[in-house]
Design a protein around this ligand. Structure first.
Ligand SMILES: Nc1ncnc2c1ncn2[C@@H]1O[C@H](COP(=O)(O)OP(=O)(O)OP(=O)(O)O)[C@@H](O)[C@H]1O
Ligand SMILES: [Mg+2]
Length: 502
């Protein structure tokens, strides 16, 4: 028998793990194992139970039933601290950072370096944090507060924190959902190094192209049940999708051509110091305008300015040919704009119910003489929950209890209900499973057929290329190119995004 077949090679084994929440059987007798030095990818639709399994293994949630073995010893994990002492670290999908603390404080939370007299050794804290970030080529000042960082930076800090713990088992729950390709390949390098040291890694993702890049084996969950485990060589995309969704998916991008109407938005010479440089663009009724670019190119800044969050230094915005001054999100909503932010929690209230979150942007329209028409809100919510296959125990479930991808769908539905005429979607499919993505694109089709104009910001080039009627490429705050649908290859777009316009 070869060494890998021996049971002692299992760092982690979960046997018939079962977990229920009120109204949801999140894990149904799930078996899972992890060998030394392997990356085991865990896939499944939104709400399939991936994060729940990871949280049980990291001691965050107690299991209801089943057994967990670490190095063949049965353990009863009582807390994340306990799991950490056993060599288990986790990068949380919704990130576990404390906003008001600095980067360094977050990295060492719970294990601050101390002086011999017991006080915190601050200079060492910052020095070591700096070194860790440096090892990972992350250019973030360890003194900065988390609240001042963008999504990608936060994700990098969260990863650095887990890496600092010197773990034997590393659980990564959608670690790359906000990262650029470059940062992602840096993470993959680190994962390779860890593997060589014998660390076992569980890797959760919705990006199927990542599976052959880093995985050794892949397991799929569906509705809380384990569907199967395969070596990656046998796990082509089609097979994985069938395992995840339970059927074949025909068309990944159901683009419908819609005749364009009048111009609804025009931007002339839009400038924000150091961020946007004399930007011009036109959006028509029924048009999907894709905006491509690298991180930091100014795409999110453009969205923030249009939505009245950040101020412009010069330039003009015209809506339906009338000059508009947008100085707050409320004014933007009044003028018919909707904005799905790159960070889903920015636009949602976690403690409120699913329904309350959905109608947040439509309150005015749903009120008659100051009274909310309750039956309408229920109709809305139910329709979209069905269409987008949102897994929730009910309309009154608190938003924070939904899985990450299902929260993203709620964020989307909120704007679908708002009847906005100009929609800005910033990374609309982030964290959304492969089947639901198609539904999101269908909903975009429905919107444009009603004459809505959509600005679609996305780092997923195949998505923009398939769905957008026109693509603008941004580079360092300026527009560097414009392509009609089908006119440019991925390489053309990337070139313009990296080196700017000709
Ligand atoms: N603390 C909780 N209370 C109630 N229900 C929960 C809780 N955590 C998860 N759930 C429910 O359990 C199910 C599984 O959720 P989980 O977060 O594990 O899904 P997931 O596979 O990680 O999905 P995603 O791809 O969207 O991240 C979902 O229906 C979710 O709403
Ligand atoms: Mg999850």
């Amino acid at each position: 028998m070869n060494a890998h077949m021996e049971s002692s090679a299992f760092l982690l084994r979960a046997e018939a793990v079962d977990k229920s929440f009120p109204g949801v059987h999140a894990l149904n007798k799930v078996d899972f194992d992890l060998k030394e030095g392997e990356v085991h990818v865990l896939l499944g639709e939104n709400g399939a139970g991936k994060s729940t399994l990871m949280k049980i293994v990291s001691g965050t949630y107690p299991k209801d039933e089943g057994k967990i073995f670490i190095n063949d010893q049965e353990v009863d994990l009582t807390s994340p601290h306990h799991a950490r002492n056993l060599g288990i670290g986790m990068v949380y999908q919704e990130l576990s950072l404390i906003q008001s603390l600095s980067v360094a404080e977050n990295i060492f939370l719970g294990s601050f370096p101390k002086r011999s007299i017991g006080t915190i050794y601050w200079s060492k804290l910052y020095k070591e944090a700096h070194k860790l970030l440096d090892d990972f080529s992350v250019a973030i000042d360890p003194h900065q507060r988390i609240s001042t960082l963008g999504m990608a930076e936060r994700q990098l800090v969260e990863i650095t924190k887990a890496l600092s713990m010197n773990v034997k088992i590393l659980l990564l729950d959608e670690p790359t959902s906000a990262l650029s390709d470059e940062e992602r390949s840096r993470l993959f390098d680190i994962i390779n190094q860890l593997q060589k040291r014998g660390v076992g890694i569980v890797y959760v993702s919705h990006r199927l192209d990542e599976v052959p890049q880093i995985g050794k084996r892949v397991s799929v969950l569906r509705d809380g049940k384990k569907i199967g485990t395969l070596p990656v060589e046998e796990a082509d995309e089609k097979t994985l999708i069938r395992m995840m969704v339970g059927r074949e998916l025909k068309e990944h991008f159901p683009k419908e051509e819609v005749p364009l109407g009048q111009e609804i938005l025009r931007i002339e010479g839009l400038t924000v110091k150091n961020k946007l440089n004399r930007l011009n663009l036109i959006l028509h009724e029924g048009e999907i305008l894709g905006i491509a670019g690298l991180m930091g190119a100014g795409r999110t800044e453009l969205a923030r300015v249009l939505f009245g969050i950040d101020e412009i230094d010069s330039g003009n915005i015209f809506i339906n040919d009338r000059q508009a001054k947008i100085s707050s999100p409320w004014e933007a909503i009044e003028l018919g704009l909707g904005y799905l932010t790159e960070n889903r929690t920015d636009g949602l209230v976690p403690r409120l119910s699913v329904t309350a979150n959905i109608i947040l942007a439509s309150l005015k329209r749903l009120c008659t003489m100051g009274f909310l028409r309750r039956y309408k809100e229920k109709d809305f919510s139910e329709k979209y929950i069905r269409e987008l296959n949102i897994h929730t125990a009910g309309l009154n479930q608190k938003l924070e209890l939904l899985s990450g991808g299902n929260q993203q769908k709620v964020a989307l539905v909120k704007w679908l209900c708002s009847h906005s005429k100009i929609m800005i979607f910033d990374e609309p499919t982030r964290g959304i499973d492969v089947g639901s993505k198609i539904e999101v694109f269908r909903l975009m089709n429905q919107l444009v057929k009603k004459g809505v104009g959509i600005i679609m910001i996305s780092s997923e080039l195949p998505e923009v290329m398939a769905m957008a009627d026109r693509i603008l490429v941004m580079c360092r705050g300026s527009l560097s190119a414009e392509f009609q649908r089908g006119e440019a290859t991925q390489e053309d777009i990337l070139r313009c995004a990296v080196i700017g316009g000709e």
